[in-house]
Design a protein around this ligand. Structure first.
Ligand code: DQA
Length: 156
């Protein structure tokens, strides 16, 4: 059986992780996060594809392309979280679960980061867990996508 596909979409400046304000965003690179998510995906029975763009329209197109292909989306829209109704609208077109991830705790930072347009569509929001937030999101999607009554992937 093919593994359900999860798209992990990342917004502007996240290609610079590792070099970018490591005291806020940590030392792991986006490649490290991709590798960790692929390994965890294998354990959870999920296929994982991680993408990044610095352009709002490209992120909109990535979300549109996920329709009918991905079973779930994990998205860190980065600065577009706080400004992009276009990304929110695109996510409304997506039929599966959506989990919003922020490496930093946006609520402990500047006031302009406290509101995310994307949260209005997200099934869950994870903020302040660093790179581990992506792994937590993947685990949550595995739970949400598990067929009803299935014990697959359960620890007990
Ligand atoms: C971020 C938080 C945003 O406010 C910021 O613009 C980012 C990254 C995070 O992962 O903590 O680029 O989404």
């Amino acid at each position: 059986m093919p593994r359900p596909m999860i798209h992990i979409l990342n917004g502007p400046n996240l290609n610079m992780l590792g070099q970018r304000e490591p005291e806020i965003y940590g030392h792991e690179t986006l490649q490290d996060i991709a590798a960790a998510c692929e390994a965890l995906g294998m354990q959870l029975g999920l296929e994982v594809a991680l993408r990044q763009s610095n352009h709002e329209g490209e992120i909109v197109e990535m979300i549109q392309a996920a329709r009918g292909v991905a079973a779930g989306i994990i998205i860190n829209p980065a600065a577009y979280s706080h400004s992009s109704i276009a990304i929110l609208d695109a996510l409304h077109l997506f039929e599966g679960p959506v989990i919003e991830v922020h490496l930093s705790n946006i609520h402990r930072r500047e006031a302009f980061r406290h509101h995310s347009f994307v949260s209005a569509r997200a099934d869950a929001v994870i903020a302040g867990c660093g790179a581990e937030g992506y792994a937590l999101a993947l685990r949550r999607l595995a739970t949400l996508l598990r067929p009803a009554g299935s014990t697959q992937g359960r620890k007990t």
